[in-house]
Structures are given as structure tokens and as C-alpha cells.
Write a new protein. Sequence first.
Length: 164
Amino acid sequence: MLLHDARREARLRDGELVLLADQDRALWDREEIEGGRASLERALALRGRGPYVLQAAIAELHAADERDWPQIAALYGELARLTGSPVVELNRAVALAETAGPEAGLAATDGLALDGYHYLHATRADFLRRLDRPDEARAAYERALELAHAEHERRFLARRLAEL
């Protein structure tokens, strides 16, 4: 939780959503990051291997100067195996897209039982946009907009839709 909370101040800029890759790292709380890393190291030293340790390891990799996407994808794969969560599989799809391209990410989203989850449609829309498939991306962004409730997320999705 410390590793996630450390990025809190950078998630929004002037009320607008800022993607992790675009966040101002100077706004990240370095003390919380170091505390999160120390907690993760202690959990690993105690042979922790459960879902919370995996989630902390993923968060720690996201806090690194350069993200190790293959390792993030592998950790999400293990977390998915432990939890059976389609949301975890969706996160793995994002890491796969960063590792092997948006086609691999898109394929990993096929069949996920998350039709009512706006992040599925927003993620698929991003992959489709990156694959230069604007009609399909538009439909996915529109579905995500139908499902999203947070205004800053809706504005972000509307901007992406307008860019197509």
C-alpha cells in the first residue's frame, strides 16, 4: 500500500487523470517508496509468496526508474494463477502489450469475463488505437464511457475518443 500511496499526488494534475508513464516522479513520496521496498524485502526474507507479496513486488517494479515489463508480466501471471482474477489477467494483458506489443495485449483480453468493467473496454480501446484500428477503438472507448463513473476518468476517455 505504501508503494501505491507514494504516487497519490501525481495521479491527477489540475483535476485531470495522469497515466503512470506521464506522472511527475518528483511528486512521488520517496519515503513511502523506501518504506514499501523495506516491507517487501522483509516479506521476501520471511519467504512470503502470497498474493499480497506479489502485488507489492509489482508495485515496486512500477516505482523503479525503468520498468521491467517482462518481470511485471510474469508476476501478474503468477498472481493470476493464485487468484483466478480476471482483473489481474487484464493487468497482465497491459504488461504483455508493453513486452510483446498491443496485439499480444489485445489477445490476452479476449474472453475475460469483465464486460461491465470500464477498464476492460478502455484497455482494449488503447490497444486498438495503437494498432490503428480506429473504428473498433471508438466502439471500445464509447463502451468504457458508458460504464465509467468518475468524472476525471470520463474526461480522459472522452479526450482519447476525440483524438481518433
